[in-house]
Write a protein that binds this ligand. Sequence first.
Ligand SMILES: [Zn+2]
Length: 152
Amino acid sequence: MTTDGDELLAERLKEHGLRVTPQRLAIYRALVATAEHPTAQMLYERLQPALPSLSQATVYNSLQALVACGLVHELGDAGDGALHYDADLSPHLNLVCTRCHRIEDFFDPSLALVDSAVNSTSGYRIMGARLVYYGLCAACQAAPAGAASTAP
Ligand SMILES: [Zn+2]
């Protein structure tokens, strides 16, 4: 990994006015590396073994800082009552399964057109976007009613 190496990620944090700490960098790196849209709790459980000093409060505060400076989007909950986070800022929408609470990305060239139209004609300085379609994922449609599918 060279394009999203730690130096580049640290540089991006600095460009956005954030102090670079090992914890903050680890959280941002984890978000950039995954397409799973983790919650704060998921990030904490994933990173804590390698960073024993990491606290849930630090994860939460770091996420707030990353969201505030525009590097990370806060996605709201997926029917599971927890906020999910995404470091992929390219125009895409999220598919949310209301049964197993997975969030998947959906890309389509038309979304870039919508994005540029909003940016050029709304008069807003856009800080982020949240476009969600919800329903049942393919695995949950195939599963018997009432049984949550297990993630692949
Ligand atoms: Zn599902």
